[in-house]
Design a protein around this ligand. Structure first.
Ligand code: TRP
Length: 439
């Protein structure tokens, strides 16, 4: 993928790259705290409903647009239709910058926690104290920004050299560690309350805000709406069976999110943390779990390193959208595009980082800067992108894209009629309804 427009040598290679984009902080950091804040099991049910209807369909639509357009999102829409539709591509480029700006701040927290765990922070006597440690760390004016810089520098290096594949090799190991941590968390004294919270739905918690958050999270976790999957699809050969790939990626991503729920939520209840604690939830809960394990420091360090790697492969796919745009449309070199776009995104992330400390009092529309960026991206831009992508495939280029999405032998895949109905009616109406009621 480094020089020129390469393509994936195998279907497995493509699935791993798309899974590398999907699996990241969205699964381990965001999903557990959203489930915690929005009633646990009800959130899980609504989330799963969205993922396996709208989510998987929009993912397939993005793969198809990418493969048919053979370009970055702007180029792909221009090539397939042009006119106002090109705007969907621009929305993706801008949205990817916004998401990466705060994603990189959290990526920085992950690196910091790898360092702190290795340096012995786990020796705190009381599990509750990890809340204070996290609060003090993110409120520091300098430290989190330096780690944000480190995370962004690594993302730039990986994109500039096209070496994301090397990172992906480590992901199976993350999976193994997550499973081990689930086992530890589920056997803690008092874990049962967390298991009930996560699996036993209380439908009185079903609110509009929760439904918006669940749909936004489905898009965020599956890397949809911003052209990440269009860009990956553009490196795809004509032979790959797209529908099967979308099912694989969606299933893997969902499996990791559910495991992350079982890793975090039982421990939250066992240690008496507040499940609605917000973005810090995983970072205060996990150290408490490590402190209760043999070789906790080694284990914890390895975990945070691997989580940072998973975050890097996701960040790669976000920066790649912007870089592919600058390379294809503006003729920049990969390295120059990665460096300049990455630096600008780093600066955009600085206020997000400061909003946990020095700029805590600064509120726009009643939200801190980090919260505002996350809300604008996850609950507005991703959903808007999703509606437009579904409409595009369902109505605008329908026959052609349908054919592109067929099996190798030219036949349509079995669920193609359902996909069509979802792209034409279900996804646009449902997303538009959530989007409008959310605003
Ligand atoms: N899905 C990734 C995660 O869960 C983040 C991500 C990568 C993303 N590309 C995206 C989110 C595009 C939204 C849109 O960590």
């Amino acid at each position: 993928m480094a020089g020129g427009r390469g393509s994936f040598a195998s279907r497995l290679g493509f699935i791993l790259a798309a899974a590398g984009s999907a699996v990241g902080l969205g699964n381990v950091w965001k999903f557990p705290y959203l489930a915690g804040a929005h009633g646990g099991a009800v959130f899980l049910i609504v989330y799963l409903g969205f993922v396996f209807t709208i989510g998987i369909s929009v993912m397939l639509a993005e793969f198809a647009i990418g493969r048919a357009g053979e370009k970055n999102p702007v180029g792909a829409f221009k090539h397939l239709k042009g006119g106002a539709w090109t705007g969907v591509g621009y929305l993706g480029v801008v949205g990817s910058c916004v998401i990466l700006s705060f994603y990189s701040v959290v990526g920085g927290w992950t690196i910091a926690y790898a360092v702190k765990t290795a340096a012995g922070m786990l020796s705190l006597a009381d599990a509750k104290a990890f809340g204070g440690t996290f609060g003090a760390f993110v409120a520091d004016p300098l430290q989190p920004i330096l780690y944000h810089l480190a995370f962004m520098a690594m993302t730039i290096a990986i994109v500039a050299r096209g070496i994301e594949r090397a990172c992906r090799l480590l992901m199976p190991l993350l999976f193994v560690i997550v499973v081990v941590l689930c086992a530890r968390s589920l056997t803690l004294l008092g874990a049962m309350a967390g298991i009930k919270f996560f699996l036993n739905p209380d439908f009185s918690k079903l609110t509009g805000a929760m439904v918006t958050a669940a749909l936004g999270q489905a898009f965020f976790s599956l890397s949809l709406g911003m052209g990440s999957m269009i860009t990956l699809g553009s490196y795809l050969s004509r032979q790959t069976h797209l529908a099967g790939s979308a099912l694989w990626v969606t299933s893997l991503d969902t499996l990791i999110a559910i495991l992350a729920g079982f890793m975090i939520l039982p421990a939250v209840f066992a240690f008496g943390f507040d499940p609605g604690a917000g973005p810090g939830l995983s970072f205060i809960t996990l150290p408490a779990v490590f402190a209760k394990m043999p070789w906790g420091a080694g284990f914890g360090t390895l975990f945070f390193v691997l989580l940072a790697v998973a975050a890097l492969t996701s960040a790669f796919s976000l920066l790649e959208v912007v870089v592919a745009f600058l390379v294809d449309e503006k003729g920049w070199t990969r390295a120059k595009a990665a460096y300049w776009a990455g630096s600008a995104i780093f600066l955009l992330g600085v206020p997000s980082s400061l909003s946990f400390g020095a700029w805590e009092e600064l509120k726009l529309f009643g939200k801190g800067f980090f919260e505002l960026m996350d809300y604008a991206a996850s609950n507005v831009m991703l959903l808007l992108g999703g509606v437009l992508i579904a409409l595009f495939v369902g109505w605008v280029v329908s026959p052609r894209i349908m054919a592109e999405t067929a099996h190798r032998d030219g036949k349509l895949f079995r669920l193609a009629p359902a996909w069509r109905v979802i792209c034409r009616y279900v996804a646009p109406l449902a997303i538009a309804w959530v989007l409008i009621s959310g605003l």
